[in-house]
Ligand binder design. Structure first.
Ligand code: FE
Length: 201
């Protein structure tokens, strides 16, 4: 049984954090990073349905969206060989690896119709967290760094990320296309069945 209470606590703490710091991105990223570190420090809470990889491409499962869309929590599940296109977010985001390992590559776009520059590349291992935003660097790709098994990261964004209009890029030409990512699931985890603890008194 997934220990859903751990996710519920995270959602509660994030709700308090966006209430307090939602309009102050540096503080929000700092506080969100601490909370996400606590969430991914243990791996006993993600229900199996939201940890399934797909043979063709990565999955993005919405775990929770704030009613006012001030933040969303998503599990990304990468099979071997899976990678995102070069993309941006347009809002702050935190990417924390919980299982496996992921390769992140950052890009810069010098201007229209110019090839993009790759500015960095690094590996994130379990417990590691990356930040993205238009102020701290927003354009990257993420790939599964493992060839033989899935990797899972938990992402938090400063919006209902699946409904945000953002961009994918062709790095060779600098071409931009608008996209809205959506989610792989139509049903989200039930954070709110607390009957077992209530019955236990
Ligand atoms: Fe991303």
């Amino acid at each position: 049984m997934a220990n859903i209470e751990h996710l519920r606590r995270f959602v509660q703490d994030m709700t308090r954090a966006v209430e307090k710091f939602g309009h102050d991105e540096p503080t929000m990223l700092r506080e969100g990073r601490k909370l996400l570190a606590g969430l991914i420090a243990r791996d006993d809470w993600l229900p199996e349905e939201f940890a399934q990889s797909h043979p063709d491409t990565y999955r993005q499962y919405l775990l929770y969206c704030d009613p006012l869309e001030r933040f969303s929590v998503v599990s990304f599940v990468w099979g071997p060989g899976h990678t995102t296109p070069v993309h941006d977010h347009t809002v702050w985001g935190l990417v924390g690896v919980m299982r496996g390992a992921e390769k992140c590559e950052e890009f810069e776009r010098p201007g229209d119709k110019q090839p993009m520059r790759k500015t960095g590349e690094h590996l994130i291992e379990p417990g590691g967290i990356d930040a993205v935003s238009p102020t701290v660097g927003d354009i990257h790709t993420v790939s599964n760094a493992l060839a033989d098994r899935p990797s899972i990261s938990i992402h938090v964004y400063g919006a209902n990320i699946g409904a945000v209009r953002r961009h994918v890029y062709v790095p060779e030409t600098g071409e931009i296309k608008s996209f809205v990512s959506g989610y792989s699931n139509s049903v989200i985890p039930n954070l709110w069945d607390r009957s077992a603890e209530m019955r236990a008194g």
